[in-house]
Design a protein around this ligand. Sequence first.
Ligand code: HEM
Length: 117
Amino acid sequence: MRHNDMRARRHAAYWAFVVHRLSGLALAAFLPFHFWALGQAIHGEAALDGFLRFADRPLFHVAEGGLVVLLALHLTGGVRLLLIEFGPWSGLRKDLIAATLGAGVVAGLAFALALLG
Ligand code: HEM
């Protein structure tokens, strides 16, 4: 029987893969709700305003911040993968993994700053 080699899981690229998959799935799960919320506009201004007022609470703002971070991580992680896949081979690019994490932190802090401003 074949066993997973746990050494691979200690590599930063494995965790970059986990973050990319989980963020991709979370973004895909969020999109139908997002379209539903925008679709409220079809029922008129009042319906959309009603939902926006309902969503104007801390729990939703924290979740929105999380989504912004997930999108930043998925976007920069995706660009890293495209560079690896289509560029000349130059390793698993831990520098790009670090840049991806940095972009996630920056996006989260910028979102928090915009909320406070
Ligand atoms: C913002 C720009 C985006 C970029 C640059 C991007 C890039 C990528 C790339 C390159 C992959 C393939 C990863 C691989 O080779 O294994 C991928 C996978 C994926 N993406 Fe995106 N993506 C973006 C936005 C999104 C959005 C908005 C969603 C959700 C609606 C999404 C959902 C997914 C999912 C579910 C996967 C499969 C993950 C896996 O199999 O591990 N992506 N993305």
